[in-house]
Design a protein around this ligand. Structure first.
Ligand SMILES: [Zn+2]
Length: 112
């Protein structure tokens, strides 16, 4: 599972936001239902999306509204994003000290 926005790998049980989507016919026999798709966002991308301007496209806006709901209703998701961010900052060597590279735990890097 990867974050749709930043492509960061999300390990099972890792904090993230999941959007489930499926399509279903209404008023048409036989009723058809597509497979359900799961779309994931890491906490940082969720908070960043929610704080940013509305995206273009009706589906994108619908998803943005739902993510904004989550981010705006409880600080837990913000806290998860903050924890991830401070974890990354903690891996950077402090200035003025030895710059011995520390090996980052798997999956904790960011590609720019
Ligand atoms: Zn992300």
């Amino acid at each position: 599972m990867r974050c749709l926005r930043c492509n960061h790998e999300l390990e099972p049980g890792q904090k993230s936001v999941a959007l489930y989507m499926f399509a279903q016919t209404v008023g048409i026999k036989p009723r058809q239902k597509s497979a359900a798709h799961r779309i994931s966002f890491c906490p940082q991308c969720s908070v960043s999306l929610a704080m940013g301007p509305p995206p273009e496209g009706a589906l994108n806006t619908a998803a943005w509204d739902m993510i904004r709901d989550l981010v705006g209703s409880d600080p837990a998701l913000n806290r998860a994003a903050w924890e991830n961010l401070s974890g990354i900052l903690g891996l950077l060597p402090a200035t003025g000290t030895d710059a011995t590279p520390r090996s980052a735990p798997a999956g904790s890097y960011i590609e720019f």
